[in-house]
Design a protein around this ligand. Structure first.
Ligand SMILES: [Zn+2]
Length: 841
């Protein structure tokens, strides 16, 4: 049977609304001998026997009938006019059909060597499953049906093979030739065949029918879009395969050969001119459509918007490019040249996205941009692999979710919408999803959404895109400020301002001074972040607090995105611990663990927090440095290490790496754990370490921390320390809730010291800084000590003034010489040049 000639074609032609436009049949020769699978025809049989009644007429019964009658009577009372007759012919859009492109011959592209246990996900049955589902739902007519075909069904549109000149609008001639040549390669060589010598085919199987199927698929996409542009149908669903959005200019890739959607776009732009100048391609396939992005990257008239799992560059197709280009589907790839701003990637940083996440992205980013773009035609690159149940996507979009996205897109371009199938590998999921999309296109309202709360991860991803795209789209707010900040404004990051303020306050109140951290790579990130009371070297309890930065809560201006200082609050609960410890006469070293370390060449962009692992590693290095250079050299009677989040990780890492030294000096290790893993303190060589840690530790773990949902928590081991589940969740709340417990523990463990300490004079080791006046030249000002960066005590002789080793700088104004204590902050009389500078600059 010649499958490509008119009447014998098993592709159904009944219900056609457009005659085939197939201009040439390039493949009839090569396919003349091809026989279809014999069970194709079985698929079209139905269970219903001829003559059997399929549906009974609806009958009104009981109350329903009465209500119907009374309504009727009411509307026809004599006082009111009878309903007016229709003045117009049926509305053209509402009454016109939704088109359907489907041709069973696209099933011929199959793996040459098939096995039943290992079915390739790009399974030829995909398109058949969708068509059958359309037919079962009563959306499409199929051969053998008892109902006659009529205008309520989707109108069938013939597909055709694509032309070389059409393909070459997107691909190179070499690519076209390579695909055509596949018909000549023997089956046993196809598995090893390569498009580019030295590069294995990337997720592509080849068969001798591939050229024909790929040509039908691209031709189908073209005819679908043409039918919409010609007004033959109001919108159209092209059930085509092989898919296209991964195919690049000269690369078949990711099950794709020709970039169907981009080819159709460019054909329509040429054929319809101004009528189809601007095309929106919305790609909701779970993978990034690298091919579509590449084909339209510099085209100002093609807006490509892709929502896809990205996993920060670890998800397909990233990392698999032949040219080894870095991740390409991230939010910063926005187009180039005239096309800058016409490429919108919404990259999910994790799998598992559902309806609410997609709807959120549509409402926040996709639809505002799409309306502003004002497309003449909308094409959906409709992969259904983000659907619930898909094995490759790992997401959970439901049919209702797809229906709502379709519904929103139907509001664009006066309804001119073409849906072209891309990926989607669970036959059941794609059939259900595609059917929900088709119903919506035909006019049925989408079903209700069950899940309407986006995940925090998705909100973060969408806001990141919004910030990026706000440069190009006037309807998006708030605007990205980075260009202004890096330019004339010279922005200073608030974490620097706040730490400076903290340092100055702690200097004012407790004469706390910055400790030098002279160690690469720590010195830059921890400049000004380590502050100590002047008595930290003496024989008294020393509390080392490694904490997260204080929290800032702000209510930004909804339009400008600006944060006004009067609508911003700083909460610094750690400070209350410092206050208390100083009052007890303890020494304190306060370490601020920044959430992001600014580069030297700061571009003033929005920066995410540094990764927890990285922050913990930095904190561990810093703690080891402080221990070696300050703690170990001090005479402190008891050392308390207290850490929040990454500070907790640093304490455990430090103890594990320095068992003996730690056990020697540490009185207690106190941790607050909110959003980092709970670390265990276990040594490979010393069984006793876990027991030791247990007796020395106090660990507060957030109420909803994963640890409490794990099996380990049911039988906690000593190596996790004395861990208790807090009633609250945030670090701030935990620090508030457990302050008394911590204080009691510290007092109890320092009972011996407080007895010894008796009435000891607190200022016993006050520093002699009498020469400060000459240095500063501003005797009325009480300034913080000079030189943040006094040398660390190790390897340096104690200063001749007799200062305790390590105290950072000798320049403290003596109390006697400072009659008025003026705060060091602000604009009042800055020190003259060459004079003492605040250490906090
Ligand atoms: Zn896909």
């Amino acid at each position: 049977m010649d499958l490509t000639s008119g009447d014998d074609d098993i592709a159904m032609r009944d219900g056609d609304v457009i005659a085939s436009t197939e201009p040439h049949n390039l493949f009839s020769q090569s396919l003349a001998n091809l026989s279809p699978k014999s069970n194709f025809d079985d698929a079209f049989l139905t269970d219903t026997q001829p003559g059997e009644e399929k549906r009974s007429e609806p009958v009104l019964k009981g109350e329903g009938l009465k209500r119907e009658a009374s309504v009727f009577e009411y509307t026809l009372t004599k006082d009111k006019p009878a309903p007016r007759p229709a003045k117009f012919a049926p509305l053209p859009y509402a009454s016109s059909q939704t088109g359907l492109v489907y041709d069973v011959r696209m099933r011929f592209h199959v793996e040459p060597e098939q096995s039943e246990d290992d079915i390739h996900p790009e399974d030829p049955r995909r398109i058949h499953a969708i068509f059958e589902s359309f037919a079962d739902a009563g959306l499409a007519w199929k051969q053998g049906s008892l109902e006659p075909s009529n205008d309520f069904y989707m109108g069938r549109i013939d597909t055709r093979v694509v032309l070389k000149q059409e393909v070459c609008l997107v691909h190179t001639e070499e690519h076209w030739n390579w695909v055509q040549n596949l018909v000549r390669i023997p089956d046993d060589e196809l598995a090893e065949h390569q498009q580019h010598p030295g590069h294995r085919m990337d997720s592509v199987y080849l068969s001798r029918q591939t050229p024909f199927c790929a040509a039908l698929s691209a031709g189908g996409a073209i005819e679908a879009c043409r039918a919409v542009m010609l007004g033959k149908v109001k919108n159209v669903f092209a059930v085509i395969r092989p898919p296209g959005h991964h195919a690049e200019r000269e690369d078949a890739k990711g099950f794709c050969f020709f970039d169907n959607v981009s080819i159709a776009t460019k054909v329509c732009q040429r054929e319809f001119g101004e009528q189809c100048r601007k095309v929106l391609i919305l790609d909701w396939d779970v993978h990034h459509g690298n091919g579509i992005q590449q084909a339209n990257y510099d085209d100002p008239n093609v807006l490509y918007i892709s929502l896809h799992v990205h996993e920060r560059g670890r998800f397909y197709p990233e990392l698999s490019y032949r040219d080894r280009r870095p991740p390409y589907g991230d939010h910063v790839h926005c187009g180039e040249g005239a096309g800058l701003g016409k490429n919108v990637n919404v990259p999910w940083s994790r799998k598992g996205m559902g309806d609410a996440d997609y709807i959120y992205a549509f409402q926040q980013v996709v639809m505002p941009i799409a309306h502003e773009f004002k497309p003449d035609l909308v094409i959906i690159a409709a992969g259904f692999d983000a659907a619930e149940g898909d094995m490759l996507g790992g997401c959970k979009v439901t049919p209702a979710g797809y229906a709502h996205m379709t519904h929103m897109l139907m509001s664009l371009a006066e309804g001119r919408l073409a849906v072209c199938l891309e990926g989607g590998y669970n036959l059941d999921s794609i059939a259900r999803s595609a059917t929900a999309v088709a119903r919506t296109m035909m006019g049925e309202p989408p079903e209700r959404l069950v899940n309407t709360n986006p995940t925090l991860s998705a909100v973060n991803d969408v806001k990141t895109v919004l910030r990026q795209q706000s440069r190009f789209w006037s309807s998006l707010y708030p605007k990205d400020m980075s260009a202004k900040l890096a330019g004339p404004l010279h922005g200073v990051r608030m974490h620097e301002v706040v730490r400076r303020w903290q340092a100055e306050t702690l200097w004012e109140e407790y004469e706390m001074i910055p400790l030098a951290v002279l160690h690469q790579p720590l010195s830059q990130p921890f400049k000004n972040q380590v502050l100590a009371t002047p008595n930290y070297t003496s024989a008294r309890p020393l509390v080392v607090i490694l904490h997260d930065p204080p929290e800032v809560i702000a209510s930004p201006d909804p339009v400008t995105g600006k944060i006004e200082l009067h609508n911003t609050w700083l909460t610094d609960i750690v400070k209350t611990y410092v206050d208390w410890a100083v009052k007890q006469g303890f020494a304190v070293i306060d370490v601020n663990l920044l959430k992001h370390v600014t580069d030297m060449d700061d571009g003033q962009q929005h920066e995410p927090n540094d990764a927890t692992d990285f922050r913990t590693k930095e904190a561990t290095l810093l703690l080891s440095y402080l221990w070696d250079n300050y703690v170990e050299l001090s005479d402190s009677s008891h050392v308390f290490l207290m850490g929040t989040n990454t500070g907790h990780g640093a304490i455990i890492n430090f103890i594990k790496a320095n068992e003996d030294r730690a056990k020697d000096r540490i009185t207690s290790a106190i941790s607050f754990v909110e959003d980092v893993p709970l670390q265990s303190c276990k040594s490979a060589t010393n069984d006793m370490l876990a027991s030791w840690y247990y007796t020395k530790s106090l660990v507060f773990v957030a109420n909803d921390h994963n640890f409490w949902h794990s099996d380990i928590s049911k039988k906690p081991k000593k190596r996790f320390g004395r861990a208790s589940q807090s009633d609250v969740d945030s670090i701030t709340d935990m620090l508030m809730a457990h302050k008394k417990t911590v204080q009691d523990l510290i007092l109890q463990r320092t009972a011996d010291w407080s007895d010894d300490a008796g009435n000891e004079e607190e200022d016993g080791d006050a520093m002699d800084t009498s020469n400060f006046e000459e240095l500063s030249g501003t005797p009325k000002l009480k300034l913080p000590p000079v030189g943040n960066f006094a040398p660390s005590p190790r390897g340096s002789a104690a200063p001749s003034s007799g200062l305790a080793p390590g105290s950072a700088a000798p320049a403290r104004l003596s109390r006697h010489s400072s009659p008025t204590k003026t705060p060091p902050v602000g604009n009042f009389a800055p020190p003259k040049q060459g004079a003492s500078r605040s250490p906090f600059r």
